[in-house]
Design a protein around this ligand. Structure first.
Ligand SMILES: [Ca+2]
Length: 316
């Protein structure tokens, strides 16, 4: 959103390395005629075995982390920051962070990898599966396989923080934004939501169902929405949104369908960033405000700033 800011703001990329001790606890290989043999494997995360790259970085890998999701995948599955869009998956499991152990059912004699997703919030597996959450750190193991005679094995897993924080609406001209529906006062037109100032706003008398089309000038894989409340009349705050992507500004593909938000009551204040799964790069995005906080007492929808982020975070 902010003019004259650098296009790419690389986050501090902390490359950490840990060693997993893979312990085969049992010889209880489940030889099933219908599928490959498997073994139940208890994995101990040996986080003290950090590489030299951790020198100078603060304390523990799991500081501020309440949940670690492990995805067991075939070796040929590409990593994604969005765990729910992994192309192939054998199993999800949560690490018991009090013991740093996780139990998995591993296919024997098969090339596999582990991807780790570390979250600040405390979640169950079903919560993670029902709502796409953005991890704050990610891990990728090397490829390995386990055979029936193995009793233990060491595998490395590299942990990084999220990679690039990026807002595609940075440095676009006012003509990149097209109002959808309704009408606006001349001094509260659509581009005011992208000028980097919370003291200017986009107001649309179309209220629910109005929005904006953004021509990003190039294709980006947007996965985060950031909003900031305007100066007054909190009844007009957007309370849910839909997002569509397009390659031609004509044919639209749904990315988010009427997702509820919790607008802050405070004015000039950022909403919590909304993260969603999207693996396709689009040049055009259409953001629709489906509802406002109090439609009976609002005559319009208004917002001071809109950010569309890549890589799971928007920047202020
Ligand atoms: Ca503004």
């Amino acid at each position: 959103m902010r003019k004259n800011s650098k296009l790419f703001i690389p986050n501090v990329i902390t490359l950490l390395s840990i060693i997993l001790l893979v312990l085969l606890f049992s010889a209880c290989n489940n030889v099933d005629k219908a599928g490959p043999a498997t073994a139940t494997v208890s994995i101990k995360m040996s986080r003290s075995q950090s590489s030299a790259r951790m020198v100078g970085l603060s304390s523990s890998l799991t500081d501020n982390i309440s949940t670690e999701l492990i995805a067991l995948v075939p070796d040929n599955t590409s990593f994604s920051q969005c765990y729910s869009s992994l192309a192939n998956l054998y199993q999800y499991a949560l690490t018991d962070l009090s013991t740093d152990k996780v139990e998995l059912t591993v296919p024997l004699g098969t090339s596999i990898k582990l991807y780790a997703y570390l979250f600040e919030g405390a979640y169950t597996i079903s919560e993670l599966q029902n709502t796409a959450m953005m991890a704050t750190k990610f891990g990728q193991s090397s490829t390995f396989s386990i055979s029936s005679g193995d009793t233990s094995k060491e595998v490395s897993l590299k942990i990084t923080s999220s990679t690039i924080i990026y807002d595609i609406t940075d440095n676009l001209s006012n003509s990149a934004y097209t109002k959808v529906g309704g009408s606006s006062p001349s001094n509260e037109d659509v581009y005011n939501a992208f000028d980097g100032s919370t003291f200017t706003k986009y107001l649309n008398f179309g209220e629910e169902g109005s929005g904006v089309i953004i021509d990003a000038g190039a294709s980006y894989t947007v996965d985060t929405l950031g909003l900031t409340t305007a100066n007054d009349t909190y009844e007009r705050d957007p309370a849910s949104f839909s997002l569509y992507g397009s390659h031609d500004n004509s044919s639209w593909i749904s990315i988010v369908d009427n997702s509820t938000m919790s607008p802050p009551v405070s004015r000039y204040t950022n909403y919590d960033d909304v993260y969603f799964c999207n693996s396709t790069a689009y040049q055009y995005y259409k953001l629709i405000f489906e509802t406002v906080r109090d439609s009976a007492n609002a005559n319009s929808v208004q917002i001071s700033e809109i950010r569309l982020g890549v890589g799971g975070k928007t920047k202020d």
